[in-house]
Design a protein around this ligand. Structure first.
Ligand code: SF4
Ligand code: SF4
Length: 178
C-alpha cells in the first residue's frame, strides 16, 4: 500500500578514522550534553559515541550508538584493516546483552545517538577539532507507506477482542459517517 510523497531530512556524521587522534573530546561533550541536568557531569560511560582505542597500535575509531538489540546475534564480526586486527564486535553500534558498551552505567538502559536533538549541529562534530567527524544533511523524497503488517496485526487483535462481525459493523458505520 502506498501513500503521498513526503520530504525527509537524512542526517549523517561522516567518520574519517585516519584523522582521529583518540582525544575523546567527542565522548566528553556527548555525555555532558546528555547528563541530567544538562552539563552537570561528563562521565564518558554515558556517551553515545565511543572511541575504540588501542594507542600502542595507533588505533582510534569513533563509533556512534545505534539501535538496541534485545538478544546477542548468532554471528560476530572481526575486522582486519591495514594489517591491524580489531576485537570482535568492535564496530557494532548496537546496545546488546553481550557487552557493556552503550549502556547507561547506573540503570543499564540502552543508549542511542539522537544527533543532539535541538542543536543546530551535533556536538561531537563541533568538538572534534581535527575534523575526524563531519556533519551532512540532505533532503530525500519518500513515499509514506502504511505498514500492511501492522495494520493486519491491529485488526486481528480487535477481531479477537470484539469479534470479527462487530469490527466489520463498526468499519461500515464509520465509512457511512465519513
Ligand atoms: S573528538 Fe575527534 S579526534 Fe577526538 S576522539 Fe573524537 S573523533 Fe577522535
Ligand atoms: S551526535 Fe550528539 S548524541 Fe550523537 S554521538 Fe554525537 S554528541 Fe552524542
Amino acid at each position: 500500500m502506498t501513500g503521498e510523497k513526503k520530504k525527509k531530512v537524512v542526517k549523517t556524521i561522516k567518520v574519517d578514522a585516519d584523522k582521529c587522534n583518540g582525544c575523546r573530546a567527542c565522548e566528553v561533550i556527548c555525555s555532558a550534553f546528555h547528563a541530567k541536568p544538562e552539563y552537570s557531569s561528563n562521565n564518558p560511560a554515558r556517551s553515545r559515541i565511543r572511541v575504540i582505542r588501542d594507542p600502542l597500535r595507533d588505533i582510534y575509531v569513533p563509533v556512534k550508538a545505534g539501535e538496541y538489540a534485545a538478544a546477542e546475534c548468532a554471528g560476530r564480526d572481526k575486522y582486519t584493516i591495514d594489517g591491524k586486527e580489531y576485537d570482535e564486535c568492535s564496530f557494532c553500534r548496537a546496545s546488546c546483552p553481550s557487552r557493556e558498551e552503550f549502556k547507561e552505567p547506573d540503570s543499564g538502559l540502552p543508549l542511542k545517538c539522537d544527533m543532539c536533538e535541538g542543536e543546530d549541529e551535533p556536538l561531537c562534530v563541533k568538538w572534534c577539532i581535527v575534523d575526524a567527524l563531519t556533519y551532512e544533511e540532505r533532503e530525500e523524497e519518500v513515499e509514506e507507506e502504511v505498514k500492511q503488517e501492522e495494520l493486519e496485526t491491529g485488526l486481528k487483535s480487535l477481531a479477537d477482542t470484539y469479534g470479527l462481525q462487530e469490527v466489520m459493523d463498526t468499519i461500515a458505520r464509520m465509512s457511512k459517517k465519513g
